[in-house]
Design a protein around this ligand. Sequence first.
Ligand code: NAG
Ligand code: NAG
Ligand code: NAG
Length: 553
Amino acid sequence: MAREAAPRRRPSPAMAMRWALLVAMAAAAGAEDPYRYFTWNVTYGPISPLGTTQQGILINGQFPGPTIECVTNDNLIVNVFNYLDEPFLITWSGIKQRKNSWQDGVAGTNCPIPANGGNYTYKFQAKDQIGTFIYFPSLALHRAAGGFGAINIRQRPSIPVPYPPPAADFTLLVGDWYYAAGGHAELQQSLDSGAPLPFPDAVLINGVPSGATFAGDQGNTYLLRVSNVGMKTTVNVRIQGHSLRLAEVEGMHPVQNIYDSLDVHAGQSVAFLVDLDQPAMDYAVVVSTRFNADGAPPLVAVGTLHYNGATARAPGLLPAPPPEDIEWSMNQARSFRWNLTASAARPNPQGSFHYGTIPTSRTLVFAGSGLVVVAGQRRYAVNGVSFVIPDTPLKLVDNYNIADVIEWDNVPARPDGRAPRQGTPVVRLNLHEFIEVVFQNTEDEVQSWHLDGYDFWVVGYGNGQWTENERPNYNLVDAQARHTVQVYPNGWSAILVSLDNQGMWNLRSANWDRQYLGQQLYLRVWTAEQSFSNEYSIPTNAILCGRAASLQH
Ligand SMILES: *[C@@H]1O[C@H](CO)[C@@H](O)[C@H](O)[C@H]1NC(C)=O
Ligand SMILES: *[C@@H]1O[C@H](CO)[C@@H](O)[C@H](O)[C@H]1NC(C)=O
Ligand SMILES: *[C@@H]1O[C@H](CO)[C@@H](O)[C@H](O)[C@H]1NC(C)=O
């Protein structure tokens, strides 16, 4: 024993050198990822995107809110001060919050930041993500008044993206907009009183219906990051005289197909490359609504792609929208394919995880129900259960084992025709399950579904009622992964999800009137083996409220 131990105390020079090198490498690998600090003051303030003043929600005086520019794995520390007269939360849509649903910023995970000066410091990491994401207020109808902004996560220098670096990139926050003199509360009262949201009044690009300008040099290529931050409406994006080369979809690299225009549904993001290869002039950037209820004419926002030095507008009409045709849109969606050889935020190829060969452990079929009357109120529901926000966030309830709040698994795995009711269902799922989820739309408007904490593969879109017979037609090879999927009128969309992120995760309609009126629920991804390598513990600054208010951290 002593003989064996001796060499270890007196290593040879070669060993010592190797040891020193190992220590240095470990220190480098263990070096903390960079921190970026933000202090955000959230206030009401006058905005007039349509020329007439209305009450907006501003972040540090800005509408839309400031853009977060960061790099993969950066730690983001955002101290949000709420100077509104109502509780407030921000959610970080598409940021996966690995092991950390504590920072998701929705009513089921976080106590609201108290009104009139309360604050909460979000601490999270842009872990293993590259791409175009957004943040927005998640409570009430705050989103209709602003408070949203872009999160652009760039790659680390050591990780190549599958396209040459663009000369610059432009952020476009687009979407429907409502004029409401009294701000979001007016729209909220309308929903509360049982009236549907009216038809929107306009479409905005970065807070204005016209005037947003993106300037570049002839001969260069630019990346346009487009996110639909609207309340509910699908939009189509196109640029006069230019084609769009799809480069990123919600943090994943697709095959770089060329499009004349792209449909972007509520809550979705896409990024595309544009070559400035035309005569030096000004070209229209057009965003218009799609699939309007009652066949109303589309609302149109027009921005400008300006070639530096240009003094004239390009002649001709604005680029025409694609046909108002669900099949057209569905075919475009099916053409989005994962580039299997491209790397994501880590160097391994995207296709190295063969999702199509993994057996699924269960199937959930979620049907959004149209406006139903539940307890005398007009509501939306999922499989007959209209979600009611509990008095204590579900994540806290689960953490502290508070009784009588969560209705575990109290939503059928498929629609069962029961009369609609109100509830607070949480579906229990096991960490590392691999599941199939089908979203069924039985109504006439496009729906959009979002899952927090995850990307998922969209393996099929179809018309009519989904059945098991659809499975042979799934794309099990190179389906696009994303976090928000559209479901066409009277149709379905099927996704596969690898449940590798423990936590309490919101599954919701990204059509905000539907979400507000109950078309949402929560999934708890969990394992009995409690470990910090699976999930972080409650943050020391977590706000405690409701039935958790008197508890200690
Ligand atoms: C936020 O508000 C506080 C208190 O009113 C003020 O001191 C601070 O400068 C503001 N910060 C920003 C970034 O506007
Ligand atoms: C509120 O802000 C202060 C700094 O101004 C910070 O120390 C504190 O942790 C914040 N509160 C929460 C709950 O994050
Ligand atoms: C896919 O990614 C690879 C690797 O970066 C790239 O070379 C290739 O051009 C991409 N293919 C398509 C069709 O976009």
